[in-house]
Design a protein around this ligand. Structure first.
Ligand code: HEM
Length: 470
């Protein structure tokens, strides 16, 4: 069984590195006598999972009467997400997303998932995403107009909120070929509620408390109904008008099952639209905001990125083809995704008995995998806390397991929107940083929040100045 055993404690990154890791730990943190580790997972999930990881690469965790495992090695990620993926389904925790996403791609399983994935994946092929580039840059340009005034007045503003509004507008425009318009404020607020509700509910083992008509639950349900209502209305208008565009909605409406030649049902279409909007908006916003904060702390890399942008774009707006030449900018985004992966953990449940690297996994067992932990695993990455985009140079990636780095997941359920998100992040950063200097006015080292995405605990505030060129 275990090769070595360590005792419980709170671990810093340095302590984690020096901890005597076991390949299979005989035991993990003890936790509460009845609840097990659930209270800590609920209140400080990241800090707690870091502690668990210091026990080894496979660590048992008691949750009530069951034993779950943290899997903390690229080979285990490959096993669960790729090699033996058919034996793993998503956990009931994902069901907490159903009020928003229904049976959309992120939560569906089995035949429904297979069919929908085949229908949706072509919408995100490179040439389709490239065709959305102009729409993205139009939104970014319009969004940055008020930054001119901000740059003159030096007034601090809520950067987290601002970037979130930007990516929501991009999600909306690329999906519906229209702006948020009068729905802007309501939609943004409902999206924030949607995120917070999910974060609150994800660790609730029952749904009973969600059904009580408390003020909070009523507010949550109103937000859900509002978001679904807006999407339903736009889809209905589109159907009625028979207008077609090159937006994602048109592509999804026209997508036909290769076997049956059927299009999606009305409800499925709405679930998928909601899924794509929710899955694609906050994830991207969080990472752009982190990138701006992290680059501010890395002046040499910031200058290098700007030099590249100046040289490649020479003052023009980026186009899809620039993704090839904005190579360093892309590596910066990859490094931000390593250190601040917006989806930082997920879980799967074993369908049948399995064995992972010597550890028997009984049917029904939950396994946890954390991008954040594996991306900073001291035995996988040199100097893992150091910000270094050159880790992603081809010569430095050779030989590294592709399951050591998986901000967009891996295997058949890998994110459909990865290419879309990369383009959006590269465009947003290059268009912002070529013109503006950013001064983060809130905490320089924002702490992680206890949320679904790896957001900072507090919103980031910043002021902008026109960029000084040398
Ligand atoms: C930085 C941005 C993003 C990150 C970090 C991210 C991350 C992820 C991850 C880790 C998964 C796999 C979850 C799992 O296996 O349990 C996933 C799935 C998914 N993502 Fe993303 N995502 C991003 C952007 C987007 C965008 C822009 C879209 C759509 C426009 C999108 C749509 C989806 C969908 C539909 C799935 C479910 C795929 C399936 O199960 O077949 N994501 N994403």
């Amino acid at each position: 069984m275990s090769e070595s055993k360590v005792t419980a404690g709170t671990f810093t990154a340095a302590e984690r590195e020096n901890a005597p890791r076991a390949k299979i730990a005989a035991e993990g943190p003890k936790g509460h006598p009845i609840m097990g580790v659930l209270p800590e997972l609920r209140t400080t999930p990241l800090k707690f999972l870091e502690k668990v990881a210091s026990y080894g690469d496979i660590v048992p965790m008691r949750i009530l009467m069951t034993t779950a495992y943290l899997l903390n090695h690229p080979a285990h990620v490959e096993h669960v997400l790729q090699k033996n993926y058919r034996n793993y389904r998503k956990t009931p925790m994902v069901g907490k997303l159903k009020p928003f996403m229904g049976e959309g791609l992120l939560v569906s399983e089995g035949e429904l998932w297979t069919r929908q994935r085949k229908l949706i994946q072509p919408s995100f092929l490179k040439e389709r995403v490239d065709a959305l580039a102009g729409r993205m840059t139009d939104v970014i340009q319009t969004h940055l107009k008020p930054w001119e005034t901000r740059a003159q007045t030096g007034e601090p503003f809520n950067l987290s909120w601002d970037i979130s509004a930007l990516t929501l507008e991009i999600a909306f425009q690329t999906m519906f070929d229209t702006g948020l318009g009068a729905d802007a404020q309501g939609f943004k607020e409902a999206m924030v509620i949607a995120h917070d509700v999910t974060a609150d509910r994800v660790w609730n083992l029952t749904t009973i408390t969600e059904k009580i008509p408390t003020k909070r639950n009523r507010q949550d349900n109103e937000a859900i109904a509002y978001l679904r209502g807006v999407c339903t209305r736009i889809i209905a208008e589109r159907r009625a008008s028979s207008r077609r565009s090159d937006d994602l909605l048109s592509i999804l409406m026209d997508a036909r099952d290769a076997d049956t030649n059927e299009v999606m049902s009305e409800q499925q279409l709405r679930d998928e639209v909601m899924t794509l909007m929710i899955a694609g908006h906050d994830t991207t916003a969080t990472m752009v905001a982190w990138a701006l904060v992290m680059l501010k702390q890395q002046p040499a890399f910031l200058e290098k990125l700007r030099d590249e942008v100046d040289e490649v774009l020479a003052g023009r707006i980026p186009e899809a083809g620039d993704m090839k030449t904005l190579d360093f900018t892309k590596r910066v985004v990859q490094e931000v995704a390593r250190l601040r992966p917006s989806i930082w953990w997920f879980a799967r449940v074993a369908i049948n008995d399995d064995n992972i690297a010597g550890q028997p996994i009984k049917a029904g067992t939950t396994v946890f995998i954390s991008q954040y932990l594996i991306h900073t695993h001291p035995h996988v990455w040199d100097d893992p806390e150091k910000f270094d985009p050159d880790r992603f140079l081809p010569e430095n990636t050779a030989g590294r397991s592709k399951f050591a780095y998986f901000p967009f997941g891996a295997g058949p359920r890998i994110c459909v929107g990865g290419g879309f998100a990369m383009m959006e992040m590269v465009f947003a950063l290059s268009m912002i940083l070529r013109r503006y200097d950013l001064e983060v006015t809130s905490d320089q080292e924002p702490a992680f929040g206890n949320l679904v995405t790896l957001r900072p605990h507090e919103d980031i505030w910043a002021r902008v100045k026109p960029r000084l060129r040398h």
